[in-house]
Design a protein. Structure first.
Length: 255
């Protein structure tokens, strides 16, 4: 199975940073936006961290049109009653495991009713001690053709005690397979283009069918992975150079 004729992998990581530098007009064209777009476009970012505002693609339940919207990265559970606690909780809910997203209290209602795509230039992953690379070495994963990675996501709305509505989103992850497995044990689910409409349809609430959309057999074709500078570790660093490749020495192992 392929993205626009390009085979690519499914799956997911414990994705903690990603890049989203394309402007809204480019995303409108790439993702077939036929509905609304944000009044205030987001600035380009090459180091998006939890709780930061991001672009999401979703379908409007009333109009049936595909909208480009913004949300804060990290789902806020509906039980939070305090703004400070709600915001601090987001870093623990930026990723939802595909194996349990349909049953976890924080995510299950969104999985059934409010699914989205999160367009990313690419995402960063840090090597674990289980792989062949030096632990904590950052890597950048993107598509070879320069198109966005369409990350499978869910979104939600939280209302503060003062009545402020905060829309939030999370990335769905999967066990790492293929060329990403030596780096980390998790990776994001990349949603195939021919499944976008079915995935985004808020009227589609059949759990097993939705879970099946997260699975396919073409894994890592069409991706490129390279090591990057650890400058990405600091949130204050946010510029295109963060995605530039660097050379590594011989791979390190524990054995």
């Amino acid at each position: 199975m392929r993205f626009s004729g390009l085979p690519i992998m499914r799956a997911l990581t414990m994705c903690g940073r990603f890049a989203q530098s394309k402007m809204d007009d480019a995303l409108v064209e790439e993702f077939g936006i036929t509905g609304s777009v944000p009044d205030s476009p987001l600035p380009a970012s090459w180091n998006i961290a939890p709780s930061k505002e991001i672009f999401i693609v979703r379908e409007n339940l009333d109009s049936g049109l595909r909208d480009l919207a913004t949300a804060s990265w990290g789902i806020i559970g509906p039980w939070y009653k305090d703004m400070l606690q709600a915001k601090s909780s987001q870093s623990h809910a930026i990723n939802a495991r595909c194996e349990s997203v349909f049953e976890k209290p924080t995510f299950r209602d969104s999985f059934r009713k409010r699914r989205c795509l999160i367009p990313a230039d690419g995402y960063y992953e840090w090597a674990t001690a289980l792989g062949k690379y030096k632990p904590k070495q950052p890597f950048f994963i993107s598509r070879q053709d320069g198109l966005s990675l369409p990350l499978a996501g869910i979104w939600s709305s939280w209302t503060s005690p003062e009545g402020e509505i905060i829309e939030t989103a999370a990335i769905i992850t999967h066990e790492a397979i293929g060329l990403l497995a030596p780096i980390h044990n998790r990776m994001p689910v990349f949603m195939l283009k021919d499944r976008w409409s079915t995935w985004l349809d808020p009227r589609n609430r059949e759990i097993e069918g939705l879970r099946a959309l997260l699975e396919y057999s073409d894994l890592d074709d069409g991706l490129q992975v390279h090591a990057v500078s650890d400058s990405v570790n600091a949130v204050r660093n946010d510029a295109p150079y963060l995605t530039d490749p660097i050379l590594l020495g011989d791979p390190e192992t524990l054995f």
